[in-house]
Ligand binder design. Structure first.
Ligand code: MOS
Length: 727
């Protein structure tokens, strides 16, 4: 085995560094028309009239398209509840009401600002907790504001609370998060010589984009071709269609090539975000540290359209107890429509929000019992054969304890014993630990498969080269190299002799989305199995090519009332230790060092695994500390990267990534996914470290300086009042 487990450099790295690589906006050519959307910029309104006459009379403007131009004006990944262009109703400020097509970007922009739309503003619903009240406005007239209420009931929490040695309560909130992928949303669309509508853009799932776009234009799927250019990040943010169907509409309608590119502001206002959550928790334990019961209520803001909200909510609901086996569990996960920006997929997919509360509760329970949080985790962490809160045993390959022990060992090496903080210094250091679990692949019975085709070029005595066809988005994570390494290994070929055909829905079969940390396991298995079969056929003197669909073990939907079911076929496990420095004068938190330990089954490309851990931690720092997305009365107040603070290189800590390899029973060469895992426990580790440094618990994300300072002041006040109760 020489092609896997080694850090083969990325074949596209040089072109990306020099600027030679072509991203979607680089495909825009002379002579194309340009499309510009008219955004509603109001969160809730009835559309009374759209007057395009002034815009149409402007130089260079070729068309103004509205809802009436879209044959089937609905799309969405799970439910089709979002209009491409609004008909009579606006539900969030980023809704699009018209599309101007013109000869230049400037003419399109001028045309868009000349489209006159008459609105009647309607009441605005902005808090998902209000959405549950009886007399609030409905975001969608024909349905309840509650998109989904998923319950889990295991054991008897009330009896457990009555018999417990300690019961604690907590309240938490988490904010929106913007994906902030560096590559701007852009695309081109045109009809080709075969009368197919071609869309060249960026996304996370070629065949799903094709399905939704074909449905909107009422075309057979074979007559729509999706091609991906180089993709500069996605993180879940390109899972939902945003810009691509708009440019497709213009080309479909006008029968000429059209280009479109969003500004950063349009992107921030126009595409979905990570779900904000409000979480209330009540947990109980025995004196020896056994967690007896966990009762959790999670209310998530789904925003104006369904997106993947139901799936994110279900993930948050099953992860409300973290990676711990607890006998008595009552969880209520609720996601509501509001007139805010839609929430959807973002790296971690509900797990980071749920874990922030769960991990904070575990550490607080330990403190309340006077025990070490390490020992309380040891006592309760999942092990092989543990029963999930959903009532059935975990899938085999439970690495929770191994990553935790490795994390403790590594932390002893690289994290100093905290300098307990000479009272004179305003800079206080502290250390926190946290654990995490996150599904790999689709959950809850959603159809899961990946298909690959392998064509061998052979001589009577050897395989000379291979074509691997697999429709997969390389969003920057390096999926194409991983799949190529797997093929090279399976066929015992040099990497250069494996040609990948990946970015065209008409040339490569459907491998599902680049999401849910699934592509290494799912795409990798499809590629490996197709290689093995093509090789067997060649050895048997048959056609040396094969198409194989890989299907993993079955999952099931959860019972809505009890949560019973088999939610997932594979989990990844992670444990982290974080050291922070808190300036108690300003509340500013700096992460100094992080140990992040991951059970990846088998690292196909070690450097890429480490790169995923590092990149994911950058987003985790944003989620935990700096990225404060503000939406007030349905209006986004942070539509610029100057006001929405992404972490930069200077905010990055010293990172110690540790790879544990407990082979996955289904993964190719034992590999499982890991790309989301570093985000899962991180905020909980930072919160515990801030507490270690200052004695204050921060329960709201992001932990801005204001919030940290406030928490420190409150905890000092409490300690002065009741010194005996400080922990
Ligand atoms: Mo993702 S958040 O599974 O693209």
């Amino acid at each position: 085995m020489t092609k896997i487990g080694t850090s083969i450099p990325r074949p596209d790295a040089h072109d990306k560094v020099t600027g030679a690589a072509l991203y979607p906006a680089d495909l825009i050519r002379e002579g194309m028309l340009h499309a510009k959307a008219v955004f509603a910029h109001r969160p809730s309104a009835r559309i009374l009239r759209i007057d395009a006459s002034t815009a149409l009379a402007m130089p260079g403007v070729r068309a103004v398209l509205t809802a009436a131009d879209v044959p089937y004006n609905r799309f969405g990944l799970i439910e089709t509840d979002q209009p491409l262009l609004c008909e009579d109703r606006v539900r969030f400020s980023g809704d699009r009401v018209a599309l101007v097509v013109a000869q230049t970007p400037e003419a399109a922009a001028a045309g868009a600002s000349a489209v006159k739309v008459e609105y009647e503003d309607l009441p605005v619903l902005t808090d998902p907790r209000d959405a549950l009240e009886p007399d609030v406005p409905r975001v969608h007239e024909d349905r309840s504001n509650v998109l989904l209420h998923q319950k889990i009931r295991k054991g008897d929490v009330d009896a457990a609370f009555a018999s417990a040695d300690v019961v604690i309560e907590g309240e938490f909130s988490t904010g929106w998060q913007e994906h902030a992928y560096l590559q701007p949303d852009a695309g081109i669309a045109y009809w080709d010589e075969q009368e197919r509508l071609v869309l060249e853009t960026a996304g996370q799932w070629l065949h799903e984009d094709r399905r939704q776009i074909a449905a909107m234009f009422e075309m057979p799927e074979e007559r729509v071709v999706i091609r991906y250019a180089k993709i500069g990040g996605a993180f879940g943010g390109r899972e939902d269609l945003s810009l691509p169907p708009l440019v497709a509409l213009a080309a479909w309608k006008l029968k000429v090539p059209v280009a479109m590119q969003w500004s950063r502001e349009e992107s921030i206002v126009g595409h979905h975000k990570r779900h904000p959550f409000f979480i209330t928790s009540k947990w109980a334990a025995k004196r020896d540290g056994t967690i007896l019961a966990a009762q959790t209520r999670l209310v998530a803001d789904g925003g104006a359209y369904a997106s993947t909200s139901a799936e994110v909510l279900k993930c948050a609901t099953i992860f409300a107890t973290g990676p711990y086996e607890i006998a008595n569990v009552a969880t209520d996960g609720i996601v509501c429509y509001t007139n805010n920006v839609p929430s959807g997929a973002f790296r971690g997919f509900g797990a980071p929000q749920a874990h922030f509360a769960a991990e904070s509760m575990v550490t607080r329970l330990a403190h309340a019992l006077g025990l070490d949080p390490v020992d309380v985790r040891r006592k309760n962490l999942y092990r092989e054969g543990s029963i999930e809160s959903t009532g059935l045993p975990l899938p085999a390959g439970v690495g929770a304890r191994e990553v935790f022990e490795r994390c403790l060992e590594e932390a002893r090496e690289v994290l100093p014993v905290p300098l307990h903080n000479g009272a004179v210094s305003p800079l206080r250091r502290g250390i926190g630990i946290a654990c995490g679990i996150k599904n790999v692949g689709y959950s809850f019975g959603f159809p899961e498969q990946a298909t690959a085709t392998v064509e061998l070029e052979v001589t009577p005595v050897s395989i000379r080269s291979a074509n691997v066809r697999i429709g997969t988005a390389d969003v920057g994570q390096g999926a194409h190299l991983v799949l190529r390494q797997i093929a090279a290994e399976a066929l015992d070929l040099d990497l250069e002799r494996v040609r990948m055909i990946t970015d065209d829905s008409s040339e490569a079969p459907n491998a599902g989305s680049a999401s849910a940390s699934r592509m290494t396991l799912m795409g990798g298995r499809a590629v490996k199995d197709a290689c093995d079969q093509a090789r067997r056929q060649w050895l048997a003197g048959e056609e040396p090519s094969a198409t194989v669909q890989y299907r993993p073990p079955r999952t099931t939907p959860l019972d809505l009332e009890t949560g019973e079911g088999t939610p997932n076929y594979c989990y990844g496990y992670v444990a982290q230790a974080a050291e922070v420095e808190v300036d108690v004068r300003t509340g500013l938190v700096r992460v100094v060092r992080v140990v992040s330990v991951h059970d990846v089954g088998r690292a196909i490309n070690r450097r890429q695994v480490e790169g995923q851990i590092e990149g994911c931690l950058a987003q985790a720092i944003g989620f935990a500390l700096t990225e404060n997305f503000i939406c007030r009365d349905g209006k986004v107040l942070t539509p610029y990267l100057s006001t929405y603070l992404l972490p930069t290189a200077l905010d990055m800590p010293e990172i110690h990534p540790v790879i544990v390899e407990g082979a996955d029973p289904n993964g190719p060469y034992g590999a499982r996914g890991m790309a989301e895992m570093a985000l899962v426990p991180f905020a909980g580790a930072v919160a515990a470290a801030v507490h270690d440094a200052t004695g204050a618990w921060v329960s709201d994300l992001p932990m801005t300086p204001e919030r940290v300072l406030h928490a420190i002041k409150e905890s000092t006040k409490n300690r002065l009042v009741t010194p005996a109760m400080s922990s």
